[in-house]
Design a protein around this ligand. Structure first.
Ligand SMILES: *Cc1c(COP(=O)(O)O)cnc(C)c1O
Length: 791
């Protein structure tokens, strides 16, 4: 398609789809018109992909995830169908700026963080590779809350992405299933039949996900909950207007909001309803599609691979058994085997508070037949493995991790370290019984979004040297390695980074009224706020550094800007205290005439995918400082390394593999290892001892305690100071001294700009393995036994 053709298509949509005149059209109108014109280019390859998958009788991959943290879609689509230049020209010809129009799109924020973003990267990689696949999730009316700060504290407002026309989806009123809850189970003609006493309708909304080069498109199918009988006319006619709308309002509650918490199980009935709702609708869709092609259910595991992204869809095990056994009449043992043949489970966390459990009471009340089947599956498993002591139901709770494991062919961790810890801790006994089941699939990120689109300066530099094939064969970045020794290339690489930093500085000045010196080191920690991620370790180091600069204001300090970003779960008290502390420290430091030229702290609110795309290409230093053993993988760490930020990090999650690949000389490693963490925690005096041994640390905590960041109010941050000097479960104090040491090495390295750039180039060159294409190929061969349908 040429630019003039695209321009005409945009104008056509503006006029005939939107009913707008070019003379009065707003940026919003132009965005919609452009989106429709681009979408038109995706529909044909999308249909062709669906037809090819049918014609080849391909095995299909079904990715079930409670979250898809997608971000914007327009640029992704334009880039993947290769129309970026044409779109720019076409918009120019229409008197519009493409970037402005693309930035008008709200993020689809149907996820909390890493887990949801992984699902989004996987969808894009599946399409790039050409694997027939569907993503299944919930079409939340309100995605992750909007964060703002009021006097330093986090405020939450509902997110309203669907208030605007969502151009990418197609509603499918014909693809609808009734999903039941509650009721009872009765025997009928030898079969157990569940009669729910409540039902909602799941309706499908499809978004095409186009892969790189536009060769293949898969579908993201999101379910919306509607009432079976939407409107009670009787009630309306009696004048009961609220009552008339009640069934619809009540049903819609299920797809109303994303639970704003990815680490703790909140125990709400609605959450379990959401999980069953989307899992059941998805499985019915899978079985319907299978039935339309095959008439032998024993083929199911050959044709269907279902991936459970964490335990949220773990009810898929009993639900599939229920369909096969109760509805299709398959023998129970066979039904269990067949279901297991299709199902696989990805574990995302070892944090005990994040492992889902549902009380038998709630499960039995909401899903009585599933509760029966869970007990039956447990019995069958116990009979087969008499040595087993861990039951799926324990102390009145159904343990979803055990259920997911028992009903899966493969269980995977998301980094080498996490997978090993999984074998040693949460699934120790199940692993001993099923030693073949656990496999590792280290996470990855899509290079199309996280390098090509997000960092055009770096991308064109790279493509100028090694051509464009790195975009879908990311390990080709290796070819840049010799260029680390080429001073001309280093100069260009450095220029690209500096321009990214200057652009970010301008944005900060315009939107937040802060002036940042682009010459200063940009030190970035962006991720959910959580004690295990240790944003408080980072801010503690900032406090200590601030104090040290005061001791020697004429010292030779390396200017630094610490950039934070991230949301705290609204009910997570301590995480919100950390946010408050960071903002309070920023207030003092940024207004300090002595130190502010050397050290600033900024915290732009509402961290999301789009903000990440803006911050990561401008980062010099990537903070990956979790307590060893707590971060399952991380994917932010990979985005940074690819974009040439050096990592300061612990041996945790995929940091271990990053450090290995880029080389320890190009990585600022610090802190205790996982076994050292376990040993240190056993000493009840660990925090007190660490503080006693490091006067710098003692002074920084003292400043928090005595009100240096709260106008002298010693009460305000007492909980943080008390935690640090008391329990300090995440060992901030014990790792502080080594963190400080590593940070001073970072300072020294940054002052030698040439050496720093050499290290950065090597980070880019050696991080190609972290493409989600590699991860998906790993799942395809080790877990799904699926192949690409592209010739
Ligand atoms: C990549 C990403 C994450 C995950 O970051 P981690 O540092 O791995 O926790 C979370 N949120 C957004 C918006 C992301 O883009």
């Amino acid at each position: 398609m040429t630019a003039p053709e695209l321009r005409d298509a945009i104008l056509r949509h503006l006029t005939y789809s939107l009913g707008k005149d070019a003379g009065t059209a707003t940026v919003y109108d132009w965005r919609l018109a452009l989106s429709y014109a681009v979408r038109d280019r995706i529909v044909d390859p999308w249909f062709a992909s669906t037809k090819a998958a049918y014609a080849k009788q391909s095995k299909r991959v079904y990715y079930l995830s409670m979250e898809f943290l997608i971000g914007r879609l327009l640029e992704d689509a334009i880039v993947n169908i290769g129309l970026l230049d044409e779109a720019g020209e076409a918009m120019n010809a229409l008197g519009q700026d493409l970037t402005t129009v693309m930035l008008d799109e709200p993020d689809a924020a149907l996820g909390n963080g890493g887990l949801g973003r992984l699902a989004a990267c996987f969808l894009e990689s599946l399409s790039t590779i050409g694997t027939p696949a569907y993503g299944y999730g919930i079409r939340y009316e309100h995605g992750l809350f909007k964060q703002s700060f009021f006097e330093g504290r986090q405020q939450e407002a509902p997110e309203e992405w669907l208030q605007q026309v969502h151009t990418w989806e197609f509603e499918r009123p014909e693809a609808a299933f009734q999903i039941g809850f509650g009721g009872s189970v009765k025997e009928q003609g030898g079969r157990m039949l569940w009669s729910p006493d409540e039902a909602v309708v799941a309706t499908a909304h499809d978004t095409p996900i186009i892969g790189w080069r536009g060769r293949w498109a898969n579908t993201l199918r999101l379910w919306e909950a509607r009432a079976v009988h939407g409107f009670d006319l009787g009630a309306f006619n009696r004048g009961d207007y609220f009552g008339a709308a009640e069934p619809e309002a009540s049903a819609r509650t299920i797809s109303r909001v994303l639970y704003p918490d990815d680490t703790t199980e909140d125990g709400k009935r609605l959450r379990l309803k959401q999980e069953y709702f989307f899992t059941a609708a998805s499985l019915r869709d899978v079985v319907r599609r299978f039935d339309s092609e095959y008439d032998d259910l024993s083929l199911l595991p050959q044709k269907v691979a279902i991936q459970l992204n964490d335990t949220h869809p773990a009810i898929a095990g009993p639900e599939l058994v229920r369909i096969l056994h109760d509805e299709k009449g398959m023998a129970l043992d066979t039904a269990i085997e067949t279901a297991r043949g299709c199902l696989n489970y990805t574990n995302h966390t070892l944090l005990p508070e994040a492992l889902e459990r549902w009380s038998e009471g709630l499960m039995g009340d909401l899903l009585p037949r599933h509760m029966d089947l869970i007990r039956k599956i447990d019995e069958v498993h116990a009979k087969e493995y008499p040595a087993r002591t861990v039951a799926m139901v324990e102390n009145g709770d159904v343990k979803m991790g055990e259920l997911a494991f028992t009903m899966a062919s493969h269980v995977n961790g998301v980094s080498a370290l996490h997978t090993e810890l999984m074998k040693e801790t949460v699934f120790q006994e199940l692993h001993a019984l099923h030693p073949e089941r656990i496999v590792n699939q280290t996470n990855g990120v899509t290079p199309r979004r996280w390098v090509l689109s997000a960092n055009p300066r770096l991308s064109s530099l790279v493509s100028g040297k090694i051509g464009m094939n790195w975009v879908d064969d990311l390990e080709q970045l290796k070819e840049l390695e010799p260029l680390a020794e080429d001073s001309g290339f280093r100069g260009d690489y450095d220029t690209a980074k500096r321009s990214n930093k200057a652009e970010l500085s301008n944005w900060f000045a315009k939107t937040h009224g802060v002036k940042l010196d682009p010459e200063a080191m940009f030190d970035v920690q962006i991720k959910r706020i959580h004690e295990y991620k240790r944003q408080h370790l980072n801010i503690l180091e900032a406090i200590a550094l601030w104090q040290e600069i005061h001791d020697d204001p004429n010292g030779d300090w390396t200017p630094r800007v610490k950039i934070f970003g991230g949301k705290a779960a609204p009910g997570y008290y301590f995480a919100k205290e950390i946010i408050y502390l960071i903002n309070s420290v920023a207030e003092v430091l940024n207004n300090d005439p002595v130190t502010s030229k050397y050290l600033k702290v900024v915290y732009p609110p509402n961290y999301n995918v789009s903000l990440a795309e803006q911050l990561i290409p401008a980062a010099d230093l990537s903070e990956q400082i979790s307590t060893a053993g707590k971060e399952a993988s991380g994917t932010g760490n990979m985005k940074f390394a690819l974009n040439g930020a050096l990592t300061i990090g612990t041996l945790d999650g995929a940091n271990v593999e990053i450090c290995d690949l880029v080389g320890p000389d190009n990585f600022f490693l610090f802190g205790m290892t996982e076994p050292q963490v376990v040993a240190r925690r056993a000493d009840p005096e660990h925090a007190a001892n660490a503080i006693a041994a490091d006067p710098r640390l003692a002074r920084a905590i003292e400043a928090i305690r005595n009100g240096a960041f709260s106008g002298g109010d010693a009460e305000r941050f007492k909980p943080i100071a008390d935690d640090l000097s008391g329990k300090d479960y995440f060992l901030v104090c014990s790792d502080f001294t080594d963190y400080w040491r590593a940070q001073r090495e970072v300072d020294a390295a940054y002052r030698d700009s040439d050496t720093w750039t050499r290290m950065a180039v090597l980070n880019t060159a050696r991080s190609g393995w972290f493409s989600s294409d590699r991860t998906i190929r790993g799942y395809m061969s080790d877990v799904w036994r699926a192949s690409s349908a592209l010739a």
